[in-house]
Design a protein around this ligand. Sequence first.
Ligand SMILES: Nc1ncnc2c1ncn2[C@@H]1O[C@H](COP(=O)(O)OP(=O)(O)OP(=O)(O)O)[C@@H](O)[C@H]1O
Ligand SMILES: [Mg+2]
Length: 361
Amino acid sequence: MFINTISLSNYRGYKKADISFGKSVNFFVGNNGSGKTNLLESIYFLALAKSYKTVDTSTIKTDSEFARITAKITSDKDFSSKIVISKIGKKISINNKEIDKLSDYIGKIKVLAFLPEDMDLIKGAPKNRRYFIDMIIGQFDKNYLIELGNYKNVLKQRNELLKILSENHSKDFTLLDIYTEQLSTSAEIIINLRTRFITKINDELEQMYHYLSANGKKICFKYNPLIERDILIQLKEKYQKDIFFRTTSVGPHRDDYDFLIDDIYAKDFASQGEQRIIILAILLSIANIIIKEKKVKPILLLDDVFSELDYLRQNQLVKYLTTADLQSIITTTNIKDINNSFLNNSKIFSVKNHLIREDKI
Ligand SMILES: Nc1ncnc2c1ncn2[C@@H]1O[C@H](COP(=O)(O)OP(=O)(O)OP(=O)(O)O)[C@@H](O)[C@H]1O
Ligand SMILES: [Mg+2]
């Protein structure tokens, strides 16, 4: 899948921008605050129909009433996609026909993004890892998100009930039994889907990490469900504890993941650059799973990806993207370390004060 062109009107700092992308690697080079992330975010917005971690309206240029993103996409068929964002909402069209249901639209443009915020994946709180994995599994399997929604609803009701039981010193567990059974059914489905997905990532990860890190170390992505077997029994065993603490102490909402390099926990020792390589290796592993299962090549959005990567690793990444024939959009403050042989096969744009022009080398 390719994004051929994008036009922005009043999007963040861009009054107007028209870009024609190359089918392989595209570099957007510019100083801090020049508009690189804003451009990448506009593609993310187009794909997911929402801004990344900000409110949609903050993407409208400060002196404007609305923002517009239009793009020409090549997939099985070519299509055009348009999003108009205004203070009262957003309108999405495909081939100039307005879409009523967001769920009919999301997923048509497949992107995988690496954003600086993703750096807290390894050392940050477990909830970052859960969110990251949940969103990715959700892209493959809409039922996963539905099940996760069910689980969260029951969990909320169960936690409210635990508070009541605790306050009333009640021993009537009739309703608690019902919620616990519902929670257990949902938990089992979620844990199974997570386990299966992590196995799939691990099948790709070793080779990808080896390539990007250019070292012979072994990597393992581990899923550590708090409860795996006899879920209902284990939830029931925790009744007294859960009532005392007024919350559900075990279940997929408390699960965590770990990365091990040569059997050592990455969260304890990995440097900034090493963490970046692990995350990139995961992202590219996921790209491979998408290619195999969905028969489509996702577009990669890599924001400020070269920071903390040395000469060798920067070039390994670009080499991989070039040979795997993946369209990628990379922002960076400089490309001085990238080999000319790769630059010759890429498109290079310079970004200055939210003005973009293509550079010829
Ligand atoms: N809604 C908006 N209207 C106008 N300008 C905006 C809006 N939102 C953000 N900006 C401007 O965009 C600029 C930031 O751009 P961006 O984040 O794309 O920079 P960058 O090139 O990625 O920089 P860095 O290298 O530091 O990551 C800020 O200076 C901000 O003022
Ligand atoms: Mg930026």
